[in-house]
Design a protein around this ligand. Structure first.
Ligand code: GLN
Length: 539
Protein backbone atom coordinates (compact mmCIF):
# COMPACT_ATOMS: atom_id res chain seq x y z
CA UNK A 1 0.00 0.00 0.00
CA UNK A 2 1.22 3.49 -0.87
CA UNK A 3 2.26 5.35 2.27
CA UNK A 4 0.74 8.79 2.89
CA UNK A 5 2.61 11.61 4.59
CA UNK A 6 0.86 14.87 5.41
CA UNK A 7 2.78 18.06 6.05
CA UNK A 8 0.94 20.72 8.07
CA UNK A 9 2.18 24.14 9.12
CA UNK A 10 1.95 25.85 12.47
CA UNK A 11 2.53 29.28 14.06
CA UNK A 12 3.12 31.27 10.84
CA UNK A 13 2.95 30.92 7.10
CA UNK A 14 6.08 31.03 4.88
CA UNK A 15 7.96 28.38 6.88
CA UNK A 16 8.98 26.61 3.70
CA UNK A 17 6.66 23.61 3.78
CA UNK A 18 7.24 23.11 0.06
CA UNK A 19 11.01 23.01 0.41
CA UNK A 20 10.72 20.73 3.41
CA UNK A 21 8.35 18.34 1.58
CA UNK A 22 10.67 18.32 -1.44
CA UNK A 23 13.69 17.64 0.79
CA UNK A 24 12.03 14.74 2.57
CA UNK A 25 10.97 13.34 -0.80
CA UNK A 26 14.55 13.69 -2.03
CA UNK A 27 15.84 11.60 0.88
CA UNK A 28 13.21 8.92 0.31
CA UNK A 29 14.06 8.96 -3.39
CA UNK A 30 17.69 8.43 -2.39
CA UNK A 31 16.56 5.29 -0.56
CA UNK A 32 15.15 4.02 -3.84
CA UNK A 33 11.48 4.84 -3.26
CA UNK A 34 9.14 6.31 -5.85
CA UNK A 35 7.80 9.52 -4.36
CA UNK A 36 5.54 12.35 -5.45
CA UNK A 37 4.23 15.41 -3.68
CA UNK A 38 0.91 17.20 -3.94
CA UNK A 39 -0.18 20.58 -2.64
CA UNK A 40 -3.61 21.46 -1.28
CA UNK A 41 -4.38 25.18 -1.33
CA UNK A 42 -7.28 26.37 0.78
CA UNK A 43 -8.32 29.35 -1.40
CA UNK A 44 -11.43 29.49 -3.55
CA UNK A 45 -9.82 30.27 -6.91
CA UNK A 46 -10.09 27.09 -8.98
CA UNK A 47 -6.38 27.47 -9.76
CA UNK A 48 -3.76 30.19 -9.23
CA UNK A 49 -3.85 31.10 -12.94
CA UNK A 50 -6.19 33.99 -12.20
CA UNK A 51 -4.04 35.35 -9.35
CA UNK A 52 -1.76 38.33 -9.72
CA UNK A 53 1.90 37.30 -9.15
CA UNK A 54 2.02 39.84 -6.31
CA UNK A 55 -0.64 37.77 -4.52
CA UNK A 56 0.80 34.32 -4.75
CA UNK A 57 4.08 34.42 -6.65
CA UNK A 58 4.65 32.66 -9.94
CA UNK A 59 2.03 30.46 -11.54
CA UNK A 60 3.77 27.18 -12.34
CA UNK A 61 2.60 25.26 -15.42
CA UNK A 62 2.88 21.49 -15.69
CA UNK A 63 3.31 19.35 -18.82
CA UNK A 64 -0.41 18.58 -18.86
CA UNK A 65 -1.20 22.29 -18.88
CA UNK A 66 -2.32 22.76 -15.28
CA UNK A 67 -1.76 26.23 -13.81
CA UNK A 68 -0.48 25.45 -10.34
CA UNK A 69 1.17 26.66 -7.16
CA UNK A 70 4.86 27.53 -7.31
CA UNK A 71 5.69 24.78 -4.80
CA UNK A 72 5.19 22.27 -7.61
CA UNK A 73 8.22 23.88 -9.21
CA UNK A 74 10.28 23.01 -6.13
CA UNK A 75 8.99 19.44 -6.24
CA UNK A 76 10.05 19.06 -9.86
CA UNK A 77 13.40 20.79 -9.41
CA UNK A 78 14.33 18.63 -6.42
CA UNK A 79 12.98 15.31 -7.63
CA UNK A 80 13.31 15.50 -11.45
CA UNK A 81 9.77 14.18 -11.77
CA UNK A 82 6.93 15.61 -13.79
CA UNK A 83 3.87 16.75 -11.83
CA UNK A 84 0.34 17.21 -13.15
CA UNK A 85 -3.07 18.64 -12.35
CA UNK A 86 -3.53 15.91 -9.73
CA UNK A 87 -0.60 17.38 -7.76
CA UNK A 88 -2.36 20.66 -7.00
CA UNK A 89 -5.86 20.92 -5.58
CA UNK A 90 -7.63 24.05 -4.36
CA UNK A 91 -10.78 24.54 -2.32
CA UNK A 92 -12.28 26.10 -5.46
CA UNK A 93 -11.66 22.92 -7.42
CA UNK A 94 -13.01 20.70 -4.65
CA UNK A 95 -16.24 22.70 -4.40
CA UNK A 96 -16.55 22.95 -8.18
CA UNK A 97 -16.46 19.14 -8.43
CA UNK A 98 -18.99 18.63 -5.64
CA UNK A 99 -21.37 21.28 -6.99
CA UNK A 100 -21.14 19.87 -10.55
CA UNK A 101 -22.01 16.43 -9.15
CA UNK A 102 -24.92 17.91 -7.18
CA UNK A 103 -26.31 19.52 -10.34
CA UNK A 104 -25.95 16.23 -12.18
CA UNK A 105 -28.11 14.62 -9.51
CA UNK A 106 -25.45 12.40 -7.98
CA UNK A 107 -26.57 13.19 -4.43
CA UNK A 108 -30.29 13.25 -5.28
CA UNK A 109 -32.46 13.53 -2.17
CA UNK A 110 -29.50 14.33 0.13
CA UNK A 111 -28.37 17.55 1.79
CA UNK A 112 -24.88 18.29 0.45
CA UNK A 113 -22.56 19.29 3.31
CA UNK A 114 -18.94 20.05 4.17
CA UNK A 115 -18.86 16.76 6.09
CA UNK A 116 -19.06 14.29 4.41
CA UNK A 117 -19.25 15.62 0.82
CA UNK A 118 -16.42 18.14 0.75
CA UNK A 119 -14.19 16.02 3.01
CA UNK A 120 -14.88 12.94 0.85
CA UNK A 121 -13.87 14.87 -2.26
CA UNK A 122 -10.65 15.98 -0.51
CA UNK A 123 -9.95 12.37 0.48
CA UNK A 124 -10.64 11.19 -3.07
CA UNK A 125 -8.12 13.68 -4.41
CA UNK A 126 -5.50 12.74 -1.78
CA UNK A 127 -5.75 9.07 -2.70
CA UNK A 128 -5.94 9.65 -6.48
CA UNK A 129 -2.15 9.67 -6.85
CA UNK A 130 -1.70 6.81 -4.38
CA UNK A 131 -4.10 4.65 -6.36
CA UNK A 132 -2.13 4.95 -9.61
CA UNK A 133 0.31 2.41 -8.18
CA UNK A 134 3.14 4.60 -9.46
CA UNK A 135 4.33 5.69 -6.02
CA UNK A 136 5.56 4.11 -2.81
CA UNK A 137 5.02 7.36 -0.93
CA UNK A 138 2.74 10.33 -1.58
CA UNK A 139 3.48 13.47 0.41
CA UNK A 140 0.60 15.92 0.74
CA UNK A 141 1.42 19.47 1.72
CA UNK A 142 -1.50 21.36 3.27
CA UNK A 143 -1.27 25.05 2.44
CA UNK A 144 -2.03 27.63 5.11
CA UNK A 145 -1.53 27.42 8.86
CA UNK A 146 -3.27 25.19 11.37
CA UNK A 147 -6.02 27.28 12.99
CA UNK A 148 -7.10 28.98 9.74
CA UNK A 149 -10.87 28.69 9.24
CA UNK A 150 -10.40 27.59 5.65
CA UNK A 151 -8.09 24.68 6.59
CA UNK A 152 -10.71 22.91 8.71
CA UNK A 153 -12.20 20.59 6.04
CA UNK A 154 -8.66 19.51 5.06
CA UNK A 155 -7.76 18.66 8.65
CA UNK A 156 -10.96 16.66 9.03
CA UNK A 157 -10.21 14.74 5.81
CA UNK A 158 -6.67 14.14 7.09
CA UNK A 159 -7.99 12.92 10.45
CA UNK A 160 -10.28 10.43 8.72
CA UNK A 161 -7.54 9.12 6.44
CA UNK A 162 -5.19 8.71 9.39
CA UNK A 163 -7.90 6.79 11.27
CA UNK A 164 -8.71 4.60 8.26
CA UNK A 165 -5.13 3.77 7.41
CA UNK A 166 -3.47 3.71 10.80
CA UNK A 167 0.01 4.83 11.72
CA UNK A 168 1.78 2.17 9.67
CA UNK A 169 0.55 3.70 6.40
CA UNK A 170 -0.17 7.32 7.24
CA UNK A 171 1.88 9.94 9.03
CA UNK A 172 1.51 13.59 9.96
CA UNK A 173 4.52 15.90 10.06
CA UNK A 174 3.98 19.31 11.61
CA UNK A 175 6.32 22.07 10.47
CA UNK A 176 6.52 24.78 13.07
CA UNK A 177 8.50 27.80 14.21
CA UNK A 178 10.63 28.09 17.34
CA UNK A 179 11.12 31.85 17.65
CA UNK A 180 14.17 33.34 19.33
CA UNK A 181 13.42 36.15 21.75
CA UNK A 182 16.34 38.49 21.60
CA UNK A 183 15.63 40.23 24.90
CA UNK A 184 15.39 36.92 26.77
CA UNK A 185 18.12 35.33 24.61
CA UNK A 186 15.94 32.25 24.43
CA UNK A 187 14.28 29.94 21.94
CA UNK A 188 10.59 29.68 22.76
CA UNK A 189 8.52 26.51 22.47
CA UNK A 190 5.12 27.83 23.55
CA UNK A 191 3.80 28.83 20.08
CA UNK A 192 4.57 25.30 18.90
CA UNK A 193 2.84 23.77 21.91
CA UNK A 194 -0.22 25.86 21.07
CA UNK A 195 -0.24 24.96 17.41
CA UNK A 196 0.07 21.25 18.24
CA UNK A 197 -2.88 21.65 20.65
CA UNK A 198 -4.81 23.24 17.81
CA UNK A 199 -4.07 20.17 15.66
CA UNK A 200 -5.09 17.90 18.53
CA UNK A 201 -8.39 19.80 18.76
CA UNK A 202 -9.03 18.56 15.22
CA UNK A 203 -8.27 15.04 16.41
CA UNK A 204 -4.80 14.92 14.89
CA UNK A 205 -1.65 13.97 16.75
CA UNK A 206 1.46 14.81 14.73
CA UNK A 207 4.05 12.02 14.46
CA UNK A 208 7.02 14.27 13.76
CA UNK A 209 7.73 17.91 14.57
CA UNK A 210 10.02 19.81 12.25
CA UNK A 211 11.17 22.99 13.94
CA UNK A 212 12.26 26.01 11.94
CA UNK A 213 14.78 27.93 13.98
CA UNK A 214 17.53 30.51 13.67
CA UNK A 215 19.64 28.78 16.33
CA UNK A 216 20.39 25.12 17.07
CA UNK A 217 17.91 23.35 19.36
CA UNK A 218 19.46 22.20 22.63
CA UNK A 219 18.76 18.77 24.01
CA UNK A 220 16.57 20.32 26.70
CA UNK A 221 14.43 22.11 24.16
CA UNK A 222 14.06 18.96 22.09
CA UNK A 223 13.00 16.98 25.15
CA UNK A 224 10.59 19.68 26.25
CA UNK A 225 8.99 19.79 22.78
CA UNK A 226 8.70 16.00 22.72
CA UNK A 227 7.11 15.87 26.17
CA UNK A 228 4.61 18.68 25.72
CA UNK A 229 3.72 17.91 22.12
CA UNK A 230 3.41 14.21 22.72
CA UNK A 231 5.97 12.96 20.17
CA UNK A 232 8.96 10.66 20.54
CA UNK A 233 12.32 12.25 21.35
CA UNK A 234 13.83 11.34 17.99
CA UNK A 235 10.78 12.82 16.25
CA UNK A 236 11.80 16.40 17.03
CA UNK A 237 13.72 17.53 13.99
CA UNK A 238 15.68 20.76 13.83
CA UNK A 239 15.32 22.76 10.62
CA UNK A 240 17.83 25.53 11.01
CA UNK A 241 17.93 28.44 8.55
CA UNK A 242 19.91 27.35 5.51
CA UNK A 243 22.25 29.26 3.22
CA UNK A 244 20.37 27.91 0.19
CA UNK A 245 17.20 25.85 -0.18
CA UNK A 246 19.37 23.14 -1.73
CA UNK A 247 21.09 22.59 1.64
CA UNK A 248 17.83 21.47 3.24
CA UNK A 249 17.97 17.79 2.16
CA UNK A 250 21.48 17.55 3.64
CA UNK A 251 20.36 19.23 6.87
CA UNK A 252 17.41 16.82 7.13
CA UNK A 253 19.77 13.92 6.53
CA UNK A 254 21.98 15.13 9.38
CA UNK A 255 18.90 15.16 11.60
CA UNK A 256 18.18 11.55 10.49
CA UNK A 257 14.73 12.49 9.25
CA UNK A 258 14.91 9.67 6.69
CA UNK A 259 15.53 7.05 9.41
CA UNK A 260 12.73 8.39 11.59
CA UNK A 261 10.23 8.23 8.71
CA UNK A 262 11.39 4.86 7.39
CA UNK A 263 11.34 3.30 10.88
CA UNK A 264 7.83 4.52 11.58
CA UNK A 265 6.63 3.01 8.30
CA UNK A 266 8.79 -0.10 8.76
CA UNK A 267 10.33 0.55 5.36
CA UNK A 268 13.81 -0.65 4.45
CA UNK A 269 16.80 1.68 4.28
CA UNK A 270 18.83 1.51 1.11
CA UNK A 271 22.35 0.26 1.93
CA UNK A 272 23.67 2.17 -1.08
CA UNK A 273 21.87 5.39 -0.15
CA UNK A 274 23.59 8.21 -1.90
CA UNK A 275 22.96 11.82 -2.75
CA UNK A 276 26.15 12.12 -4.77
CA UNK A 277 24.62 14.05 -7.70
CA UNK A 278 23.12 16.45 -5.19
CA UNK A 279 26.36 16.89 -3.27
CA UNK A 280 28.21 17.41 -6.50
CA UNK A 281 25.72 20.15 -7.44
CA UNK A 282 26.12 21.83 -4.04
CA UNK A 283 29.89 21.73 -4.40
CA UNK A 284 29.71 23.50 -7.75
CA UNK A 285 27.08 25.96 -6.52
CA UNK A 286 29.23 27.00 -3.57
CA UNK A 287 32.64 27.03 -5.19
CA UNK A 288 32.28 29.01 -8.39
CA UNK A 289 35.29 29.96 -10.49
CA UNK A 290 33.44 32.65 -12.48
CA UNK A 291 31.01 35.40 -11.70
CA UNK A 292 28.53 37.18 -13.98
CA UNK A 293 25.87 39.84 -13.56
CA UNK A 294 22.53 39.30 -15.25
CA UNK A 295 19.81 41.94 -15.49
CA UNK A 296 16.33 40.51 -15.05
CA UNK A 297 13.97 43.02 -16.61
CA UNK A 298 10.42 42.53 -15.41
CA UNK A 299 7.57 44.27 -13.71
CA UNK A 300 6.91 42.11 -10.66
CA UNK A 301 10.40 42.54 -9.31
CA UNK A 302 9.37 43.60 -5.79
CA UNK A 303 8.49 39.98 -5.08
CA UNK A 304 11.26 37.46 -5.80
CA UNK A 305 8.68 34.63 -5.84
CA UNK A 306 7.10 36.13 -8.98
CA UNK A 307 10.09 34.86 -11.00
CA UNK A 308 11.13 32.00 -8.74
CA UNK A 309 11.65 29.44 -11.50
CA UNK A 310 13.90 31.85 -13.39
CA UNK A 311 15.99 32.47 -10.26
CA UNK A 312 16.29 28.74 -9.56
CA UNK A 313 17.15 27.97 -13.20
CA UNK A 314 20.05 30.41 -12.89
CA UNK A 315 21.29 28.52 -9.83
CA UNK A 316 21.25 25.24 -11.76
CA UNK A 317 22.91 26.80 -14.80
CA UNK A 318 25.39 28.65 -12.59
CA UNK A 319 26.43 25.44 -10.83
CA UNK A 320 26.72 23.73 -14.22
CA UNK A 321 29.13 26.44 -15.40
CA UNK A 322 30.82 26.78 -11.99
CA UNK A 323 29.70 30.36 -12.06
CA UNK A 324 28.08 32.55 -9.47
CA UNK A 325 25.18 34.25 -11.26
CA UNK A 326 24.19 37.53 -9.70
CA UNK A 327 20.66 38.17 -10.96
CA UNK A 328 19.67 41.80 -10.50
CA UNK A 329 15.96 42.52 -10.91
CA UNK A 330 15.29 45.80 -12.74
CA UNK A 331 11.84 47.28 -13.01
CA UNK A 332 11.05 47.71 -16.70
CA UNK A 333 9.22 50.97 -15.96
CA UNK A 334 12.53 52.50 -14.89
CA UNK A 335 14.33 51.75 -18.18
CA UNK A 336 14.36 54.66 -20.64
CA UNK A 337 16.41 55.58 -23.70
CA UNK A 338 18.20 58.27 -21.65
CA UNK A 339 19.33 55.98 -18.82
CA UNK A 340 19.54 52.56 -20.46
CA UNK A 341 23.29 52.61 -20.94
CA UNK A 342 23.88 53.76 -17.36
CA UNK A 343 21.51 51.07 -16.06
CA UNK A 344 22.67 48.15 -18.16
CA UNK A 345 26.27 48.69 -19.22
CA UNK A 346 27.70 46.68 -16.31
CA UNK A 347 25.72 43.57 -17.09
CA UNK A 348 27.01 40.47 -18.86
CA UNK A 349 23.57 39.34 -19.97
CA UNK A 350 20.03 40.69 -20.17
CA UNK A 351 16.90 38.62 -19.64
CA UNK A 352 13.46 40.01 -20.38
CA UNK A 353 10.83 38.23 -18.32
CA UNK A 354 7.38 36.86 -19.12
CA UNK A 355 4.35 38.99 -18.32
CA UNK A 356 0.98 40.34 -19.29
CA UNK A 357 -0.51 43.71 -20.23
CA UNK A 358 1.01 46.96 -21.37
CA UNK A 359 2.64 48.30 -18.20
CA UNK A 360 6.42 48.44 -18.55
CA UNK A 361 6.55 47.38 -22.22
CA UNK A 362 8.51 50.44 -23.42
CA UNK A 363 11.31 49.76 -20.94
CA UNK A 364 11.53 46.17 -22.14
CA UNK A 365 11.81 47.32 -25.77
CA UNK A 366 14.52 49.82 -24.83
CA UNK A 367 16.51 47.16 -22.95
CA UNK A 368 16.25 44.75 -25.90
CA UNK A 369 17.42 47.39 -28.38
CA UNK A 370 20.39 48.05 -26.12
CA UNK A 371 21.26 44.33 -25.90
CA UNK A 372 20.87 43.87 -29.67
CA UNK A 373 22.96 46.87 -30.66
CA UNK A 374 25.70 46.26 -28.10
CA UNK A 375 26.05 42.51 -28.66
CA UNK A 376 25.14 41.77 -25.05
CA UNK A 377 23.86 38.20 -24.53
CA UNK A 378 20.07 38.39 -24.61
CA UNK A 379 17.41 35.93 -23.51
CA UNK A 380 13.69 36.73 -23.86
CA UNK A 381 11.03 34.49 -22.35
CA UNK A 382 7.44 34.52 -23.62
CA UNK A 383 6.50 38.23 -23.41
CA UNK A 384 10.28 38.83 -23.55
CA UNK A 385 10.42 37.03 -26.90
CA UNK A 386 7.36 38.91 -28.16
CA UNK A 387 9.01 42.21 -27.22
CA UNK A 388 12.16 41.17 -29.10
CA UNK A 389 10.01 40.69 -32.21
CA UNK A 390 8.34 44.09 -31.78
CA UNK A 391 11.69 45.81 -31.20
CA UNK A 392 13.13 44.24 -34.35
CA UNK A 393 10.06 45.26 -36.36
CA UNK A 394 10.30 48.85 -35.20
CA UNK A 395 14.03 49.43 -35.39
CA UNK A 396 15.27 47.02 -38.08
CA UNK A 397 12.26 46.58 -40.38
CA UNK A 398 11.30 50.24 -39.89
CA UNK A 399 7.67 49.61 -38.87
CA UNK A 400 7.69 52.39 -36.31
CA UNK A 401 4.21 51.57 -35.04
CA UNK A 402 4.61 47.80 -34.87
CA UNK A 403 3.27 46.31 -31.65
CA UNK A 404 1.68 43.32 -30.05
CA UNK A 405 -2.08 43.60 -30.30
CA UNK A 406 -2.16 42.81 -26.57
CA UNK A 407 -0.62 46.25 -26.04
CA UNK A 408 -1.98 48.29 -28.98
CA UNK A 409 -5.15 46.71 -30.27
CA UNK A 410 -5.35 48.60 -33.57
CA UNK A 411 -1.68 48.79 -34.48
CA UNK A 412 -1.08 48.88 -38.27
CA UNK A 413 1.58 46.18 -37.78
CA UNK A 414 0.43 43.52 -35.29
CA UNK A 415 3.67 41.51 -35.50
CA UNK A 416 2.49 39.71 -32.36
CA UNK A 417 -1.18 38.86 -32.57
CA UNK A 418 -3.88 36.95 -30.73
CA UNK A 419 -3.84 33.25 -31.66
CA UNK A 420 -6.74 32.27 -33.91
CA UNK A 421 -8.16 29.76 -31.40
CA UNK A 422 -8.14 32.46 -28.70
CA UNK A 423 -10.41 34.82 -30.62
CA UNK A 424 -13.66 33.17 -29.54
CA UNK A 425 -12.61 32.68 -25.88
CA UNK A 426 -14.19 34.95 -23.30
CA UNK A 427 -13.51 33.11 -20.02
CA UNK A 428 -10.22 33.89 -18.30
CA UNK A 429 -9.52 30.80 -16.16
CA UNK A 430 -7.41 28.03 -17.73
CA UNK A 431 -8.02 29.20 -21.29
CA UNK A 432 -4.54 30.15 -22.50
CA UNK A 433 -2.39 27.87 -24.67
CA UNK A 434 -1.08 25.83 -21.76
CA UNK A 435 1.33 22.97 -21.22
CA UNK A 436 3.86 21.04 -23.28
CA UNK A 437 3.99 21.28 -27.08
CA UNK A 438 6.50 20.15 -29.65
CA UNK A 439 8.97 22.45 -31.31
CA UNK A 440 11.09 21.53 -34.32
CA UNK A 441 14.53 23.12 -34.43
CA UNK A 442 16.26 24.45 -37.52
CA UNK A 443 19.68 22.88 -38.13
CA UNK A 444 22.64 25.28 -37.86
CA UNK A 445 20.77 27.60 -35.49
CA UNK A 446 21.68 28.68 -31.97
CA UNK A 447 18.67 26.72 -30.73
CA UNK A 448 19.94 23.53 -32.35
CA UNK A 449 23.44 24.12 -31.03
CA UNK A 450 21.97 24.45 -27.53
CA UNK A 451 19.57 21.48 -27.55
CA UNK A 452 21.44 19.21 -30.01
CA UNK A 453 18.07 17.72 -31.01
CA UNK A 454 15.54 18.01 -33.84
CA UNK A 455 12.40 18.01 -31.71
CA UNK A 456 11.99 19.40 -28.21
CA UNK A 457 9.03 19.75 -25.85
CA UNK A 458 8.57 22.85 -23.75
CA UNK A 459 5.77 24.30 -21.64
CA UNK A 460 3.60 27.24 -22.58
CA UNK A 461 1.30 29.85 -21.12
CA UNK A 462 0.23 32.51 -23.62
CA UNK A 463 -2.55 33.89 -25.81
CA UNK A 464 -0.51 35.83 -28.38
CA UNK A 465 1.90 34.57 -31.02
CA UNK A 466 4.32 35.64 -33.76
CA UNK A 467 2.22 36.81 -36.72
CA UNK A 468 3.20 34.52 -39.60
CA UNK A 469 2.16 37.13 -42.20
CA UNK A 470 5.45 38.93 -41.39
CA UNK A 471 7.70 35.89 -41.47
CA UNK A 472 9.52 36.54 -44.78
CA UNK A 473 10.16 40.14 -43.89
CA UNK A 474 11.81 39.26 -40.59
CA UNK A 475 13.88 36.50 -42.14
CA UNK A 476 15.17 38.66 -44.97
CA UNK A 477 16.41 41.18 -42.39
CA UNK A 478 18.38 38.70 -40.31
CA UNK A 479 15.97 37.30 -37.76
CA UNK A 480 16.14 33.51 -37.65
CA UNK A 481 12.93 31.70 -36.80
CA UNK A 482 14.73 28.65 -35.49
CA UNK A 483 11.99 26.79 -33.63
CA UNK A 484 8.55 26.07 -35.09
CA UNK A 485 5.66 24.03 -33.74
CA UNK A 486 5.28 21.30 -36.40
CA UNK A 487 1.54 20.87 -35.80
CA UNK A 488 0.33 24.46 -36.18
CA UNK A 489 3.35 26.30 -37.59
CA UNK A 490 3.62 28.64 -34.57
CA UNK A 491 6.98 30.38 -34.16
CA UNK A 492 8.54 29.17 -30.90
CA UNK A 493 12.11 30.54 -31.10
CA UNK A 494 13.59 33.67 -32.64
CA UNK A 495 17.28 34.52 -32.96
CA UNK A 496 19.40 37.21 -34.57
CA UNK A 497 21.90 35.94 -37.08
CA UNK A 498 24.69 38.46 -36.52
CA UNK A 499 24.57 38.59 -32.76
CA UNK A 500 26.79 36.47 -30.47
CA UNK A 501 23.84 35.30 -28.35
CA UNK A 502 20.31 36.55 -28.91
CA UNK A 503 17.43 34.17 -28.30
CA UNK A 504 13.74 34.67 -27.59
CA UNK A 505 11.44 31.77 -26.79
CA UNK A 506 7.64 31.68 -26.76
CA UNK A 507 7.73 28.88 -24.17
CA UNK A 508 8.89 28.82 -20.54
CA UNK A 509 12.20 26.95 -20.26
CA UNK A 510 12.48 27.97 -16.60
CA UNK A 511 9.72 25.48 -15.77
CA UNK A 512 11.82 22.51 -16.80
CA UNK A 513 15.20 23.20 -15.21
CA UNK A 514 16.13 20.81 -12.39
CA UNK A 515 19.13 20.24 -10.14
CA UNK A 516 19.89 17.07 -12.08
CA UNK A 517 19.24 18.56 -15.53
CA UNK A 518 19.89 22.30 -15.71
CA UNK A 519 18.02 23.80 -18.65
CA UNK A 520 20.29 23.97 -21.72
CA UNK A 521 19.24 27.51 -22.70
CA UNK A 522 19.99 28.86 -19.23
CA UNK A 523 23.33 27.01 -19.23
CA UNK A 524 24.22 28.38 -22.67
CA UNK A 525 23.14 31.89 -21.67
CA UNK A 526 25.37 31.83 -18.57
CA UNK A 527 28.23 30.50 -20.68
CA UNK A 528 27.69 33.33 -23.18
CA UNK A 529 27.68 35.84 -20.31
CA UNK A 530 31.01 34.45 -19.02
CA UNK A 531 32.52 34.79 -22.50
CA UNK A 532 31.11 38.30 -22.92
CA UNK A 533 32.62 39.36 -19.61
CA UNK A 534 36.01 37.86 -20.48
CA UNK A 535 36.07 39.62 -23.84
CA UNK A 536 35.04 42.87 -22.22
CA UNK A 537 37.92 42.54 -19.76
CA UNK A 538 40.41 41.62 -22.49
CA UNK A 539 39.56 44.65 -24.54
N1 GLN B 1 1.07 38.23 -22.52
C1 GLN B 1 1.66 37.37 -23.50
C2 GLN B 1 0.66 36.39 -24.09
O1 GLN B 1 -0.37 36.14 -23.50
C3 GLN B 1 2.87 36.65 -22.93
C4 GLN B 1 2.51 35.69 -21.85
C5 GLN B 1 3.68 35.30 -20.97
O2 GLN B 1 4.71 35.97 -20.94
N2 GLN B 1 3.52 34.23 -20.21
O3 GLN B 1 0.91 35.84 -25.12
Amino acid sequence: MTKLIFVTGGVTSSLGKGIFAASLAKLLQGHGYRVTIQKFDPYINVDPGTLNPYEHGECYVTDDGAETDLDLGHYERFLSISTSQANNVTTGRVYQTVITKERAGEFLGKTVQVVPHITDEIKRRVTLLAETGDYDVVITELGGTVGDIESLPYLEALRQLRWERGSKDCMVIHLTLIPFLRAAKELKTKPTQHSVKELQNSGIQPDILVCRTEYPLTKEIRNKLALFCNVENNAVIEAIDAETIYDVPMLMLKEKLDSTVLNKFKMKRNKDFSLSTWKNFLGRLKNPSHQVNIALIGKYIELADAYISIHESFKHAGAFNECSVNVVPIHSQTVEAENVSKLLSDFDGILVAPGFGSRGIDGKLTAIKYARENNIPFFGICLGMQCAVVEFARNVLGYKEAASSEVTENTPHPVIDLMEEQKSITEKGGTMRLGAYNCKLKKRSLGYKIYKKDIIQERHRHRYEFNNAYRKNFESHGMVLSGINPENDLVEIVEIKDHPFFIGVQFHPELKSTVKDPHPIFSAFVEAAILFKQEKMNS
